[in-house]
Design a protein around this ligand. Structure first.
Ligand code: GUN
Ligand code: ZN
Length: 659
């Protein structure tokens, strides 16, 4: 769910994920703009309560006051409310004050309800927060407006709040009252709070995880869809001689070496720092803390582009058992993650531990497997070899293990498996039909040889689910042993001669299976018919992989080399459009955009009237008008959920008609 975004304010453009250092309007010592801050956050209530600051801010604006020329966000005093129980400013006053001091992003006076309070308390507070969000939107004239999600630790209240405040005209949706959860290391509860909040928020607005300032949690929070963080922690930790690191916190008193390679860590030794006056030292440690925090943000952005955010999340969450609790809790939200997960990513999928089984790719594969219909009532399940499997599996390989093959659920004595479907069993994806073994991420993944208990359980379920469709199943003994399959009642070791299938799969059958897997059941027939002689397949001379597919010199599809996806050409698009009813694969564009789409121009989000729910980033789509006429075809740049919510930017990269 992580994304890279940009938003523009009167004082500049902010790239997200972003960290907003907290700047104290009265006693800031560190120059955060020199350290790379594009945006900072300060507190309008502190300014309001101090006559000198107030006068200066009202006269010149908040930017000169804190000496920061770029985007400034201000908070409203809600946090003071949660700490001191009372403040003397109203919601309307604080909005008007933030306008008067010319802040870029302002915040209404939400009520941060503590975690684990009584439900009645959470509901009472929430009613006020929602009412104030509505009022803020009404009275606001100048501000980019924050509207904060509250609801304590009640997931349904978080969802309700998010849905309600999304109806008002706000620009950024912070998630509030999570500081106590983080202070208590209750990361699993944090995951519940954030995921339910995000479920109710629109995709086209940034979300700010309020008070999250430790780089340890950034990756996890970004993976849940948070875009903005604020850090007072860099200075608070520094005041206590603590060094923040992406995998925890270090105390100066313990250090024999400086922990990183920032300016401070290169120029000073721990002893130098220990000998310094406290305030001088704190300023230097704060600089380190901010440097490390920005570095983590940069690393996260790179990981998003590389398709490796979850790998980073899994790494970070291993730094603390309670973060691991948070990561494990994400399992409950696989379906939310699937709504936004790209269909194909740049880099390989790495298994880093049993939590990897909860990633959306794994569930998506189980769903897409249902697109592939059995072609026989017999199935042979082989252990994995090197990838791609088809390259390393052959009849000799299977024969070699014949005496070890055990039959499973075999209710027939017919041991002729020559026509059986052949699949491989492998972690983390479970059952992989040979025809799709080069499709992302089924080839582009690595996992260790020995598997833990969760992986074994996962494989048992995958095998049971898949074998339901077959009467006769042969399973290799290696699989039974490796995954501790407890099949005592269901299997017998086959000691009779068996006629085995060939694990070689023809290019034609492979194409059809990939089409079914990628586009839906029967897409293979629709695209390629059932006469292999009519279809001409061109392969890469270098890799031997399928590249172009023709019928009567007309291009039907091409295969993308890096992920094995079928890319539609004119004929392919027409055939799928004709055979599959709307809304399957459709992106419906408005009348004013029809002409542009026909000419092969990109489709912009604001012109999309409707989009098929399963469409994700990197999927092939059919671009149609309101009467379901095929205008063009192309590749989606976003998920259907994003396309529905976004009002600007590109949705679909259109391909040109060749004929
Ligand atoms: N800062 C940290 N938590 C909160 C919150 O819940 N609301 C506001 N307005 N500011 C915060
Ligand atoms: Zn450092």
């Amino acid at each position: 769910m992580g994304r890279i975004g940009k938003f523009t304010t009167p004082h500049g453009t902010v790239t997200t994920p972003a960290l907003m250092p907290v700047v104290h309007p009265g006693k800031q010592t560190l120059d955060v703009k020199k350290l790379g801050a594009e945006i900072v956050i300060t507190n309008s209530y502190i300014i309001y309560k101090n006559e000198e600051l107030k006068e200066k801010a009202l006269k010149d604006g908040v930017h000169p006051l804190i000496d920061f020329p770029h985007t400034i966000e201000t908070d409203s005093g809600s946090f003071q409310l949660s700490v001191y129980g009372d403040i003397d400013i109203t919601n309307e006053e604080v909005i008007k004050f933030q306008e008067a001091i010319k802040t870029d992003i302002g915040t209404s006076l939400d009520i941060p309800t503590a975690p684990y309070v009584k439900r009645s308390k959470a509901e009472e507070d929430l009613a006020i927060t929602i009412e104030r969000a509505k009022q803020a939107a009404e009275v606001n004239e100048e501000l980019i407006l924050n509207s904060v999600v509250q609801g304590s630790t009640f997931p349904d209240l978080r969802l309700k709040c998010a849905e309600e405040i999304s109806k008002f005209d706000a620009d950024i949706y912070p998630i509030g009252a999570v500081v106590p959860l983080m202070e208590m290391y209750r990361y699993a509860d944090l995951v519940d709070v954030v995921m339910y909040s995000i479920r109710g928020l629109p995709e086209d607005k940034p979300r700010h995880l309020m008070g999250a300032g430790h780089p340890m949690v950034f990756a996890l929070a970004v993976a849940m869809g948070c875009d903005l963080f604020d850090s007072a922690a860099y200075i608070l930790y520094a005041n206590k001689d603590r060094f923040m690191m992406p995998d925890g916190t270090l105390r100066l008193e313990d250090l024999i070496e400086m922990p990183c390679s920032c300016r401070v860590c290169c120029e000073y030794t721990p002893d130098d720092l220990r000998k310094m006056p406290q305030d001088e030292r704190a300023k230097l440690i704060a600089e380190h803390n901010l440097h490390i925090s920005f570095a983590e943000i940069r690393r996260i952005r790179q990981a998003i582009v590389d398709g490796e955010l979850m790998k980073l999340v899994e790494l970070r969450c291993r730094a603390h058992p309670f973060l691991l609790d948070g990561l494990r809790r994400l399992k409950e939200y696989q379906k939310d993650m699937m709504k936004l997960n790209p269909s194909s990513k740049k880099n390989a999928f790495f298994y880093t531990g049993e939590e990897t089984l909860n990633r959306p790719e794994v569930l998506k594969h189980q769903k897409q497997l249902e697109n592939i219909q059995p072609t026989s009532n017999s199935l042979v399940i082989l252990p994995h070899t090197r990838k791609p499997y088809t390259k390393y599996l052959n009849k000799e390989y299977i024969k070699k293990y014949t005496p070890e093959i055990v039959s499973y659920y075999t209710n027939s004595c017919n041991l002729d498996f020559s026509d059986a479907d052949v699949v491989v069993a492998d972690i983390p994806f479970g059952i992989i039909p040979l025809g799709v073994d080069e499709f992302y991420p089924l080839a582009q993944n690595e996992s260790p040889a020995i598997h833990d208990e969760d992986a074994k359980q996962f494989m048992k379920k995958a095998i049971c689910d898949y074998t339901n469709k077959y009467d006769n199943i042969l399973i290799h003994k290696k699989i039974v042993d490796k995954y501790d399959l407890d099949l005592t009642d269901e299997y017998t070791i086959v000691d009779a001669p068996i006629t085995l299938p060939d694990a070689k799969i023809s290019d034609f059958d492979r194409l059809k299976m990939i089409a079914d897997y990628q586009f839906g059941t029967n897409a293979g027939n629709v695209l390629f018919g059932d006469d292999p002689d009519k279809i001409k397949i061109e392969k890469s001379r270098k890799t031997g992989k399928i590249r172009h597919v023709f019928e009567d010199k007309q291009n039907i599809v091409n295969m993308r080399a890096n992920d094995g996806f079928l890319i539609l050409s004119d004929l392919g698009a027409k055939r799928l459009h004709e055979a599959f009813d709307a809304p399957h694969m459709r992106v419906v564009v408005a009348e004013d955009a029809e002409e542009y789409a026909r000419k092969g121009k990109s489709v912009f989000n604001k012109f999309v009237l409707d989009v098929d729910e399963p469409i994700r980033h990197n999927d092939e789509v059919l671009i149609v008008n309101g009467d379901d006429e095929l205008l063009a075809f192309g590749k989606s740049l976003l998920s259907s959920y994003e396309i529905k919510d976004f009002n600007s930017g590109q949705a679909i990269k259109t391909r040109k008609w060749k004929n």
